[in-house]
Design a protein around this ligand. Structure first.
Ligand code: BDR
Ligand code: CA
Length: 313
């Protein structure tokens, strides 16, 4: 079965790794890329998405979406992780392609209504576009096949603050809206992605598997490895975002748990994802509302092998 997806992204080096995986996989049909602020400002995010499509020779609609979080001040961008251009300082030419003129949220609404119950929304940036799409079409949630998102930390510490993972922290109010909607959400958080480490040996294999796309990821990831290796004995990085697409095609490889997932908007713990497994909530707000499927463990080696195989196709 071929999975239809819209990928909501803020490219981002690990976003690039995820997008190329989706483009390469015969099990995935990418209907479009919707972009959002996050690792970079939204204009750069949209430009990077166009540029990555051109490199991978993909003709797809790319839209620009939300530039700011739902409520509250703008956080700073993650140039210290992803480089000045968001793609490891690899970019020296602008894209040739044009953006689809629609806002990302409108594009999501239009596509879901054109393909009801067929589209998986894969969100690998802050959740602002998804929250806005839910407001534009109040019936949207009932027409989406599933949402798979990279974000949060149910059983471990955060990566942008001790409490929060970056995508959720960037827009905690939008995340609240998305987790509270009546659709099937799978959260792939730091519980899994922080443990999946990639070293230069993996990047060399990725480059051999696909000299164009794997070679690009190898170049872009050098700055990313610099960030993740500070103060460490091993030179490694985390490709968080691609794990969502691995889940899309191999959900049976993941051990997950259903439960209530609430997002903190308190200043000290902004963006913290608090998880209460099904059956353990004794009082409100833990006893009502939709459940989230939270991925907790996966076989790292199997995923790495999958990435190499799909890049090699
Ligand atoms: C997430 O934050 C971004 O920097 C990455 O692209 C990923 O989506 C990891 O916390
Ligand atoms: Ca991302």
């Amino acid at each position: 079965m071929i999975e239809k997806v819209i990928i909501d992204t803020d490219p981002g080096i690990d976003d690039a790794m995820a997008l190329f995986f989706a483009f390469q996989s015969p099990e995935i049909e990418v209907l479009g890329l919707t972009t959002v602020f996050g690792n970079v400002d939204v204009q750069t995010s949209a430009k990077n998405a166009l540029w990555l499509c051109e490199l991978a020779k993909q003709q797809l609609p790319v839209t620009q979406g939300c530039a700011r979080p739902w409520i509250g001040p703008m956080s700073s961008y993650a140039h210290f992780v992803h480089g000045d251009d968001g793609l490891g300082n690899t970019q020296n030419s602008p894209p040739n392609g044009q953006l689809d003129p629609r806002h990302s949220a409108q594009f999501i609404v239009d596509m879901v209504n054109a393909h009801p119950n067929e589209i998986s929304l894969v969100a690998i940036g802050p959740l602002t576009n998804l929250a806005l799409a839910l407001q534009l079409d109040p019936m949207l949630a009932s027409k989406v096949k599933q949402v798979i998102l990279m974000g949060g930390a149910a059983t471990c510490a955060g990566n942008i603050t001790p409490a929060a993972e970056a995508n959720i922290w960037n827009d905690a109010y939008a995340a609240q809206i998305v987790f509270a909607a009546d659709w099937q959400v799978t959260m792939i958080g730091l519980d899994i992605t922080d443990k999946l480490r990639f070293n230069q040996g993996f990047l060399d294999e990725l480059k051999t598997a696909n000299p164009l796309l794997g070679g690009y990821i190898d170049r872009a990831a050098q700055c990313y490895m610099d960030f993740y290796s500070q103060g460490q004995t091993q030179r490694e990085c985390r490709f968080h975002d691609v794990t969502t697409l691995a889940y899309l095609v191999r959900p049976q490889w993941f051990q997950s748990q259903l439960g209530k997932l609430l997002v903190s908007t308190d200043s000290l713990t902004l963006g913290q994802t608090v998880f209460c497994p099904q059956g353990q909530g004794l009082s409100e707000p833990w006893t009502s509302g939709p459940y989230t499927n939270v991925a907790l463990t996966v076989d790292d080696q199997a995923l790495k092998q999958l990435y190499l195989e799909v890049y090699a196709l």
